[in-house]
Design a protein around this ligand. Structure first.
Ligand code: ZN
Length: 277
């Protein structure tokens, strides 16, 4: 796949692409996948056009941009991507983009232990700060508004974070299929036990399944959480075997209802209260 991407990039550079006509005066900003898109939209409000490169409903572990996607970027003002390793393809694209297109990378280097940075509230505050600074830089006329949007949202999130902290999750084990919740668990003093990998979403081996089911039984856990966009087959098989429930919990890698981070995390809080009581 990497090789295909570099061939696409090379052919676009040779062709001197001119795709993606801009038809508004607002800054046009592309984002790499849903969590970056949603956080950027929250700060930008209606003062910038935010376009997600990853199609709705697709999740970032499987995504590679097409030549047409890359061409659209040539008429944009900015590309924002996470940079923690989940959207490595964006780092390849960055090399091909010339001034005046600004590129904002939220993390300077991949985090091979866990790229799901946005599932930590503290990380999200930093991500919002970086996004806000970048927007203010390319559109100084609306800087006050961007800062106000960011501050208001951060205030709401801090209240939600306090609700997570006061829910009594500390010290508990959280069983999940896809290991996306490591940052959240660390922040809440919990331990994540994942059936599948953090990077590799393939089905667990029978040995791994048996080991996690034994762990569930020993810990007395009442449920296993799964990301609904990943499907529930593995979670239901494990839940059935261990005699527990399977409960959906969004990793906010995508969202087909176009919901924002606060809304999804509020729902996650209720799901966690249900599954961890
Ligand atoms: Zn993931």
């Amino acid at each position: 796949m990497k090789r295909i991407l570099s061939l696409i990039l090379m052919s676009i550079m040779l062709a001197g692409c001119t795709g993606g006509v801009k038809n508004s005066d607002k800054p046009r900003i592309y984002t790499s996948f849903y969590s970056v898109y949603s956080l950027t939209k929250t700060v930008a409000g209606d003062k910038a056009d935010i376009i997600n490169l990853m199609p709705q409903g697709m999740e970032p572990h499987d995504f590679e941009p097409t030549a047409a996607d890359i061409m659209k970027l040539s008429k944009s003002d900015m590309l924002i991507y996470n940079g923690s390793g989940i959207d490595d393809w964006a780092a390849d694209i960055e090399k091909t983009l010339d001034e005046p297109i600004k590129v904002t990378r939220l993390y300077p280097a991949p985090d091979r232990d866990d790229p799901h940075t946005w599932l930590s509230f503290e990380n999200v505050y930093n991500e919002l700060d970086t996004i806000c600074e970048a927007l203010c830089e390319i559109d100084a006329a609306n800087a006050e508004l961007y800062k106000e949007n960011k501050d208001d949202y951060e205030k709401k999130l801090k209240e939600l974070q306090a609700q997570f902290e006061n829910a009594g999750f500390g010290g508990k084990k959280m069983f999940v299929t896809h290991g996306a919740y490591g940052h959240l668990c660390r922040e809440l003093g919990m331990e994540q036990v994942a059936l599948e990998g953090i990077w590799d979403l393939s089905d667990p081996s029978p040995a791994k399944m048996a080991q996690v089911i034994a762990d569930i039984k020993e810990s007395g856990a009442k449920c296993i959480f799964y990301d609904p966009y990943e499907g529930d087959d593995t979670a239901l098989a494990a839940a059935d075997e261990a005699g527990i429930e399977a409960i959906p919990l969004s990793a906010f890698e995508t969202d087909d209802k176009n919901r924002d981070y606060y809304t999804v995390m509020s729902e996650n809080l209720e799901q966690m209260k249900k599954g961890l009581k």
